[in-house]
Design a protein. Structure first.
Length: 196
């Protein structure tokens, strides 16, 4: 019986040791190992450094889109993953502003925005009608603007290099080769983002 008790005691001791070894610190802290969320916050001002109330801020990036209203001139985006985000700031009577901000996991960043009053303008340096050869090609369109603007193609053979930008800039449009020997028409729309 003593021999059996010794084996039973040894088995219990081995199981206890196995349980102790299999436990680690993360078991006591279920959130351990997960990255801390990032926070981007700040204020919206006018050109004279006065707080602007009621501005709309739109954050886009990492498959996420969030919108907040800075009712008292202060905004906050929290619970963000680390990455690069575009933040657009809009308010009636002011020119829209968009900036890219990169936040690492656990960061708490402050980004203030200063909006300029006025109406947005947008003009193209190219003709509104372009003739493009049937073989694959690309062309560049230059735009002059004091606001953000977007580009949309209604055809799969016209591909803008980016969906939009802000201010004076140019954009390259790629044209896929036509396998047919006939003319084709397409529509490419470029427009300024103007608040009502």
């Amino acid at each position: 019986m003593t021999k059996n008790n010794f084996y039973l005691f040894s088995l219990c001791l081995a199981l206890t040791a196995a349980l102790v070894v299999s436990c680690n610190k993360d078991d006591d802290n279920p959130g351990a190992g997960q990255p801390n969320p990032a926070v981007i916050q700040g204020s919206v001002y006018d050109e004279y450094n006065k707080v602007l109330t009621g501005a709309q801020l739109i954050l886009e990036g990492n498959g996420l889109k969030k919108t907040v209203i800075a009712s008292n001139g202060i905004y906050k985006f929290d619970s963000l993953q680390g990455g690069t985000y575009n933040i657009s700031v809009r308010r009636s009577g002011y020119i829209e502003l968009t900036e890219a901000i990169t936040a690492a996991s656990g960061d708490s960043l402050t980004k203030n925005f200063a909006l300029k009053p006025g109406a947005a303008y947008f003009s193209l340096a190219s003709d509104s009608t372009l003739v493009v050869p049937a073989y694959a090609n690309s062309f560049k369109i230059r735009a002059f603007s004091n606001s953000s603007w977007v580009v949309n193609s209604e055809n799969d053979w016209l591909t803008p290099e980016k969906s939009g930008t802000s201010g004076d800039d140019s954009i390259t449009i790629r044209v896929a080769e036509s396998l047919l020997d006939n003319m084709r028409g397409g529509k490419l729309t470029m427009r300024s983002i103007i608040l009502p």
